[in-house]
Design a protein around this ligand. Structure first.
Ligand code: ADP
Ligand code: GLC
Length: 484
């Protein structure tokens, strides 16, 4: 199948979270499965320095695109998806993308990402590429289905057979702007096709139009697909998702095992496997040493790697973790950045427990891998979690996760039962401090039973959530949407 992919992130070139991991892995695994896949992503400022490694595309130089009243030009440059010969198509438009981060707060996010979709479609025309499937990710690309039905509908030769799939990684981000944006983006002429209730309320949402017009919709786990149909989790989209019925499904993310495998990971202090865990002990020792912490005598090392947002459940953590650190010899190693109030609370935790807790503020790929490998337990008590990748990585790295039973966490982690020896982590139900506390008591009890712990680690490492397995579900979805 011919697949065009449009997204705001694509690891390792542009990543702020799991969206980047998924959009970086899909092209690689689809290509391996024999498909012709062409991913499009903006050329952000961080890639400008390594520009000499990018190859300009001759047929797409200074291409003008009219977005509403304004004409902007872009050029395409490519670099291979690492480990493959599949090119990533970078949309080079410095006026829009030459900003410090992936996302900006300059008041033109709607133009930046509407333009990305236009550039991807115009590039398909220029390269003579007729996608069977256009796979759009999150609100940034969610106008693609509407644009194909309107502004690009004339090009039946190129797009007549194109079906659209929209994957919603996080329904909390909807790309909602004032209603005037519709005119600004040149959609005034198709006003009857726009979401009338929103317009009447003075707003325009990218994601809403994807939900209305994509041929198929998905989110990143089955449980979250069910949750999103409820008012509690649908963030105002539940009604519109319910209206799409069977067109909306859930597919759990996979692990890109080229990047996340303890046997081969070049970022680790030592490599290891389920058969020989001595390398894991070495990672633990070196991680604690690098952070200036002595190894704990009787308790585990807890790790966190996360965007710091309300989604991730830190509000529970700040009630429970101080008690854990005060009562036990446990260590806590945290990497992340985001909301200032969470960052400050972790700073405070480090000040209160200088011999036990470390907080590294920022984004650090190497440290993220080293925490997955060097910690004994991974903490992810999310309030909600569409899928979550870190719990998948941590299981693979022999670091059982503590998760709340929500979204993809519910679909991928099974609570460890010391009697039967079954399970891959620790799962609590209620989003309350007592819920998390209960899970931590379970962790400490399992930790004291060394044979049980060894079993738990083996179970976790034996799970297979690789893209080798999960990619089939996307292939099936693509086939389904094509009616094949
Ligand atoms: P989300 O996409 O909601 O942030 P996921 O668990 O799906 O959650 O994916 C998070 C991804 O981002 C993982 O690859 C994780 O290692 C990475 N990550 C998050 N915060 C950081 C950080 N501060 N430094 C490095 N990697 C990070
Ligand atoms: C979003 C979700 C996360 C998911 C990731 C990749 O960022 O918050 O749960 O794993 O997308 O799909």
């Amino acid at each position: 199948m011919r697949v065009a992919q449009v997204s705001s992130e694509l690891a390792p070139f542009a990543k702020t979270g799991g969206l980047g991991d998924v959009c970086g892995a899909l092209p690689r695994y689809l290509a391996r499965a024999g498909h012709d896949v062409r991913p499009f992503v903006p050329l952000y400022a961080n890639l400008r320095e390594g520009r000499d490694r990018l190859v300009p595309v001759d047929y797409a130089r200074d291409v003008p695109v009219r977005v509403g009243g304004r004409t902007l030009t872009f050029s395409l440059a490519t670099a291979p998806v690492p480990g493959t010969d599949v090119p990533v198509y970078f949309v080079d438009c410095p006026a829009l993308y030459d900003r410090p981060g992936v996302y900006a707060a300059d008041g033109d996010e709607h133009v930046r990402f509407a333009f990305l979709t236009h550039a991807a479609l115009v590039s398909c025309q220029r390269m003579g590429f007729s996608p069977d499937v256009l796979h759009a990710h999150d609100w940034h690309a969610a106008l693609a289905p509407l644009l194909l039905r309107t502004q690009y509908a004339w090009d039946r030769d190129r797009f007549g057979g194109t079906r659209t799939v929209l994957t919603i990684h996080n329904v909390g981000y909807q790309g909602t702007f004032p209603a005037s944006v519709a005119d600004e983006l040149g959609l005034g002429g198709v006003r009857p096709l726009l979401h009338q209730e929103d317009l009447a309320r003075g707003r325009f949402s990218f994601l809403m139009h994807g939900i209305l017009y994509a041929d198929a919709l998905s989110t990143v786990s089955r449980t979250h697909a069910r949750e999103m149909l409820s008012r509690e989790h649908g963030m105002g989209m539940d009604r519109w998702l319910r209206a799409r019925g069977d067109a909306f499904t859930g597919i759990v993310n996979g692990i890109d095992t080229d990047v996340w495998s303890p046997e081969t990971d070049p970022r680790l202090f030592a490599r290891y496997s389920a058969r020989d865990l001595s390398g894991k002990a070495e990672n633990r020792r070196r991680l604690l040493e690098a952070l200036g912490l002595a190894p704990p005598a009787h308790a585990p090392v807890f790790g966190i790697v996360s965007r710091m947002t309300v989604q991730k459940g830190f509000d529970l953590g700040f009630e429970v973790l101080p008690r854990l650190l005060a009562r036990t010899d446990a260590r806590l190693v945290v990497l992340g950045s985001g909301d200032r109030r969470y960052e400050r609370s972790f700073e405070e935790l480090e000040r209160r427990f200088p011999a036990q807790a470390r907080f590294r503020r920022g984004y650090d790929e190497d440290l993220a891998h080293r925490i997955e490998a060097g910690a004994d337990v991974f903490l992810m008590p999310s309030m909600f979690e569409p899928c979550g990748l870190n719990q998948l990585y941590s299981m693979r790295y022999g670091t059982p996760p503590v998760v709340r039973r929500t979204g993809g966490l519910a679909d991928t982690v099974r609570h460890f039962d010391r009697r039967s020896g079954e399970g891959t982590g620790f799962v609590f139900d209620h989003y309350t401090p007592e819920g998390l506390e209960w899970a931590l008591v379970e962790v400490l009890a399992a930790w004291r039973d060394r044979a049980a712990w060894a079993r738990l680690v083996r179970n976790a490492m034996a799970e297979d959530w690789s893209w080798d397995r999960q990619i089939r579900h996307y292939e099936a979805l693509y086939r389904h949407v094509r009616g094949a």
